[in-house]
Design a protein around this ligand. Structure first.
Ligand code: SF4
Length: 492
């Protein structure tokens, strides 16, 4: 070569790096720029760092050290970074600190560009979730149930010690008994132990009790403090990992050991259209059912509109979600857990209370023998999201002597069933919608639209574990993955 070629010549016209460059150049990054104070030493332009990160995630390069190496030796990264060489600290600080609260709007702008280009629509979305392992040690767990058990044990032991002290010095402990031995905080535990210690001082007590009291004085208040801290971090969850306190232990589908091991993870919810990611949200609870509200409300916060149609699998089919979609005026195509079984079996199970006929005029349920079951009261249940469910109990009048008794139930007296009328109505509406011509098309499209995205991220892009720790940072990583996925698909 007489003259060394320029990078511009070496990069083909249709190379993905050019699309990343063009798209990020078209995006308004004012909210990101506002995060930089100005002054100080010269820094790399945020747009440049954003391009490097998005292109890194597009190329399965997730580590900031590998990106640092790439901007020095990979011509595509060198061209994209304009021969700048940010180091891994700069890249990582930008990713985990500067992109916080900003990346979602950047992602939203890219989706809107895709909408303008006619590649996708925000009106119709397919929603599903997957669990991605957290960057946390899977053996440093804290379990909510274990804390409850330890506290209950402490309560029992406190009661025992108190009863012992009362036997020895009942007069002194008169009017001193705490309202409850169930420990709420360290102060309360300390108070009770001090009272017991005071009255037993100098009295002939067994060596075992003396040792127990010493141990309690030394350890229990500190343990209570620890339990309180754990409970604060747990919130409504039942577990967390000490190395990433935002991660919850979840059962993973792709468990290569197939031993059903629980791993610290996050629940990633995605909505897609034409295999593009339209929206994403991160959750700390393992079940998909309770995630829909937050997911669609954040969709609305981003795009100032709700989708008109949501298609999702039976994991989302609950009374709360059906009602939520009805309240938001969204057409939901969501199966409930009995939909597939009902489709497969020709005959309905006549003894299942879900299939009993309701006579609205008489307010009775008709049991399999054709006799009316009368209403005997109501029960209420509140879901994890605070949604109230109302069930009405109906009881048969005379089951003894009924020829169907053996097949019908195993309850002791007359059969009692709980019926949720609102859920029955919502399920019926869902059935009608799912069985309609449009419903059949959506049901066929759903697994081919959103599920391949998970396959692409986990297998093609080999992203099986987050690189960063904490909910905010993990959300940034998901955003970068989603951006990279959409741009790669756009290029394709
Ligand atoms: S056993 Fe009771 S509830 Fe069942 S069919 Fe007979 S009368 Fe009805």
């Amino acid at each position: 070569m007489m003259l060394p070629p320029s990078l511009e010549e070496l990069i083909t016209e249709s190379h993905p790096v050019r699309i990343v460059n063009q798209v990020i150049d078209r995006i308004n990054i004012d909210p990101l720029l506002k995060k930089f104070k100005g002054g100080g030493t010269s820094s790399y332009h945020p747009r440049l760092l954003l391009k490097v990160l998005v292109y890194g995630y597009l190329n399965n390069t997730y580590s900031s050290r590998k990106m640092e190496a790439a901007v020095k030796e990979n011509i595509h990264f060198m061209w994209l970074a304009g021969m700048n060489k940010p180091d891994h600290n700069t890249i990582n600080r930008f990713r985990s600190e500067r992109l916080k609260d900003v990346l979602k709007t950047v992602f939203g702008q890219v989706v809107e560009l895709l909408v303008e280009a006619g590649h996708l629509s925000l009106k119709e979305v397919f929603t599903d979730g997957t669990k991605i392992e957290a960057q946390a040690n899977r053996y440093t767990f804290v379990w909510g149930n274990a804390i409850k058990t330890s506290k209950a044990k402490m309560e029992d032991q406190l009661k025992e010690l108190w009863a012992y002290a009362e036997r020895i010095a009942a007069e002194e402990l008169k009017d001193e008994a705490p309202q409850s031995f169930a420990p709420v905080n360290a102060r309360q535990v300390k108070d009770v132990i001090e009272k017991i210690d005071r009255v037993l001082e100098g009295k002939p007590i067994s060596k075992k009790v003396k040792q127990k009291l010493q141990y309690a004085k030394k350890n229990w208040p500190a343990s209570m403090d620890r339990y309180q801290q754990h409970e604060k971090l747990l919130g409504k969850r039942n577990s967390y990992s000490k190395t990433d306190t935002d991660a919850t232990f979840m059962r993973m589908k792709e468990d290569h050991m197939r031993n059903g091991q629980l791993k610290p993870a996050y629940n990633v919810q995605l909505s897609s259209h034409n295999q593009y990611i339209v929206h994403y949200s991160l959750h700390q609870n393992p079940t998909d059912t309770t995630t829909l509200k937050k997911h669609i409300d954040s969709f609305n916060a981003l795009y100032k509109q709700y989708p008109q149609v949501i298609v999702a699998d039976a994991g989302y089919g609950s009374e709360e979600n059906y009602q939520l979609l009805a309240n938001r005026n969204i057409e939901g195509y969501i199966k409930h857990n009995q939909f597939d079984r009902a489709q497969r079996s020709k005959n309905l199970d006549a003894f299942k209370s879900d299939n009993f006929v309701y006579d609205k005029q008489r307010n009775v349920i008709i049991c399999p023998s054709g006799k009316p079951m009368k209403s005997i009261g109501e029960t209420y249940r509140t879901t994890a999201n605070g949604f109230k469910q109302k069930m009405i109990k109906y009881q048969a009048t005379k089951c003894s002597g009924c020829p169907l008794r053996e097949q019908c139930h195993q309850q002791k007296g007359n059969r009692i069933v709980s019926i949720n009328h609102r859920l029955r109505k919502l399920k019926q509406q869902a059935d009608e919608r799912l069985k309609s011509e449009r419903g059949v098309v959506y049901r066929k499209r759903r697994p081919a639209d959103v599920e391949p995205i998970f396959g692409n991220i986990k297998h093609n892009k080999n992203f099986k574990r987050f690189m960063l720790r904490g909910l905010d940072k993990v959300e940034i990583e998901t955003g970068l993955l989603a951006l990279a996925h959409n741009l790669a698909k756009w290029v394709a």
